[in-house]
Design a binder for this molecule. Sequence first.
Ligand SMILES: C[S@@+](CC[C@H](N)C(=O)[O-])C[C@H]1O[C@@H](n2cnc3c(N)ncnc32)[C@H](O)[C@@H]1O
Length: 239
Amino acid sequence: MTDVAYRNHRHYISEGWSAEPKEMFKRLAEILGKEWLSKSRDVLDVGCATGELLGFLRRMVPGGRFVGVDVSEDLLEAGRRLLPEAEFVNASALDLPGPLAGGFDLVTAFGCMSIFDEVELERFWDQLLAAARPGGRVIVLSPLNEFGCDMVIRHRKRLNGKVGSWERGWNIFAVETIGDILAARGIQMSLQRFAITIDLAPRPDPVRTWTIATKDRDRQLTNGLKLLIDHYFIIATKP
Ligand SMILES: C[S@@+](CC[C@H](N)C(=O)[O-])C[C@H]1O[C@@H](n2cnc3c(N)ncnc32)[C@H](O)[C@@H]1O
């Protein structure tokens, strides 16, 4: 299996920003709190797509530097049009440009950790932590596994009779794996589960998530990989 890439990003351009702020953004604002939001803040969003999260936070705080990093130039171009007051940088989460180091009160990465394999995870966290100021927060939103299992997943779609290429983006790591990485860096992580509050229907792309009712939950996220997906905010404060 060669050339396994993350490819599921076209919809960020075709669908644009949501008319209403996403539920996960509103939850992030609650986690940050009114006091934090009342001051000018420097924010870095890694895997920023078209900058929707940056746009939301920019409206919440009185000022500061807003930087988005992504590897897709198409997404960054759209971000530059939608949020001209932010900077959009083409770089990998695994290799953030040196000048970003130590510069941010908040570093976010939503929906991005699952792209990386176990061998890349420590580097991913080291890069995010390096970008934060001492006392700054790193907040990652990602599915986690609560049963002590790490899953490294490859998937391939067969759409309209065409066999696609192998893709990544759905690795799900055990809570303990992330806890150990952060503990080794002297950081105790805090977790908050993000429970979706709206029903989502399946879409033509089977990798996009939708909700089903289960015995335990009214809304359980799943997708065509037949995963049960539970997102968590992983919150770490840089020492
Ligand atoms: C699932 S999307 C999440 C987008 C956005 N953060 C959100 O929550 O809506 C993952 C994003 O990570 C980006 N990405 C893929 N590989 C990356 C890498 N190595 N470094 C930084 N971003 C990457 C993709 O281009 C895509 O925009």
